[in-house]
Design a protein around this ligand. Sequence first.
Ligand SMILES: Nc1ncnc2c1ncn2[C@@H]1O[C@H](COP(=O)(O)OP(=O)(O)OP(=O)(O)O)[C@@H](O)[C@H]1O
Ligand SMILES: [Mg+2]
Length: 113
Amino acid sequence: MKQVKAVIQPDKLDEVREALKKLPFYGGLMISELTGQGTQGGITQSWRGEKFQVDLIPKVSIDIVVRDEDVEAVIDAIVRHARSGEIGDGKIFVYNVERVVRIRTGERDEKAI
Ligand SMILES: Nc1ncnc2c1ncn2[C@@H]1O[C@H](COP(=O)(O)OP(=O)(O)OP(=O)(O)O)[C@@H](O)[C@H]1O
Ligand SMILES: [Mg+2]
């Protein structure tokens, strides 16, 4: 099992969520708000003639836990719906997941996703 974490632009969240919900194996997701920076280290903005650095940019992350064989379909859906082609579109990280337990039933691992 893998956890796919996509850090994306907040205005793409609804579209990406809709795409993920349509996947045949969809079982749920987690949404978090965060701030961060990528390779540009934030952006420079001007305000009343003063230039200042905004180094942490608001993003949202979507975490979805799936079977190994479903990871590529998740990545494809996220990239297709989160991409504008501009800097700051976001990034996807994939982690190993050791165990999953559905508390209500006690089901384990792939049965619990
Ligand atoms: N190497 C990293 N480690 C941890 N978080 C990262 C990393 N790179 C990006 N992030 C997270 O992803 C968000 C979006 O990153 P961003 O899309 O700007 O990546 P990038 O590598 O700068 O690509 P681009 O050149 O398209 O902007 C950041 O705000 C940060 O939260
Ligand atoms: Mg960037």
